[in-house]
Design a protein around this ligand. Structure first.
Ligand code: HEC
Length: 298
């Protein structure tokens, strides 16, 4: 009994509301809110968080003390800013792991946006980065917007250009964040510098690793999109990239990047099919023998 009383304060402490410092609450999510980010965040959530927090909205998290929050809980969503969610994920507390060293800033920002997507009252805050960079000609250049992509194979360089409209003429959009990457199974491989924004000419340049192994044909798909979809709408472009052709026998590399059915190594398929055939053969033999035994018995 005495022990119980002694332990009480600890249990109470552990259950107390989790609040982060004012500064952290005021922080914004470094990753801007967008459908793409929410989708990426869902992948992070399913892989890292669902095991404890359960399916969002089903209140079926692990029965731990304190309980892993169900993120569809409106009281939680109302009480937490983007900054406090982001920092709680980064810092952890008790059973809740500190993800600062486990997940990249991008992944933590994405999963924060995924959690936010369950909040019907949520109005995206400007991302830290958008707030930090002054948008000089924001008011001038408007829709329609145009996204263009050029590939310079000789220098393995990609140029993405974002233009808007000013007085009926095309004009560059300055300080816009673009994603430039190579399509990959599950998550795309970014090749731009994280947080790069368009310059005075509306341009971001990025170099791609032309020696990236990518299947027998050595072809990859370049993917460029505007990150801030709220403002620019869904703008994206793709182009074919010449990459390193890989013989299928180097199937480890091939599968790492381009894991799809087309690249399923033939030798593996043959091995698999032979095993299936042998197993079926053995079973057929057993059945035939059983029938024989029955006949003999008669
Ligand atoms: C090992 C189990 C476990 C895993 C895995 C886990 N969490 Fe948690 N999480 C918890 C527990 C337990 C709490 C409550 C901690 C507390 O209040 O002290 C919590 C709390 C939180 C909170 C704060 C909730 C609140 O009410 O203030 C957030 C945000 C959060 N987790 C996000 C995540 C995200 C995102 C992931 C995946 C990247 C994740 N958690 C993975 C167990 C886990």
């Amino acid at each position: 009994m005495a022990i119980l009383v002694l332990l009480m304060p600890f249990t109470l402490m552990a259950q107390s509301d989790w609040t982060v410092s004012d500064a952290k609450q005021k922080d914004s999510n470094p990753i801007a809110y967008s459908d793409k980010s929410v989708k990426a965040g869902k992948v992070v959530y399913l892989g890292n968080c669902k095991s404890c927090h359960g399916d969002v909205g089903k209140d079926n998290g692990l029965p731990l003390m304190p309980k892993p929050t169900d993120f569809a809980n409106q009281a939680f969503l109302d009480a937490n800013t983007d900054g406090s969610i982001f920092h709680k994920i980064t810092d952890g507390r008790a059973t809740m792991p500190a993800y600062g060293a486990i997940l990249s800033e991008q992944q933590r920002g994405d999963v924060t946006n995924y959690i936010r997507s369950f909040d019907p009252n949520y109005k995206p805050q400007a991302s830290a980065q958008a707030a930090a960079t002054p948008k000089s000609n924001d008011t001038e250049v408007g829709a329609p917007y145009f996204l263009d992509v050029k590939v310079d194979e000789a220098n393995s360089e990609v140029t993405a250009i974002l233009m808007g409209t000013f007085n009926g003429e095309k004009a560059p959009v300055v300080d816009a964040e673009l994603f430039i990457g190579i399509k990959r199974y599950f998550n795309n491989l970014p090749i731009m510098e994280a947080g790069d924004v368009t310059n005075e000419e509306g341009v971001i340049k990025a170099n791609y690793p032309a020696d990236l192994p990518s299947g027998e044909e050595g072809k990859g798909e370049l993917l460029v999109y505007v990150v801030d979809q709220e403002k620019f709408g869904e703008l994206n472009q793709s182009a074919e990239l010449k990459l390193q052709a890989t013989h299928p026998s180097h199937f480890n590399e091939t599968r790492a990047l381009w894991a799809d059915r087309g690249n399923f190594p033939i030798w593996l398929m043959v091995t698999y099919l032979s095993i299936v055939l042998i197993v079926w053969g053995v079973m057929a033999k057993v059945v035939m023998n059983l029938i024989k035994i029955k006949k003999i018995g008669n």
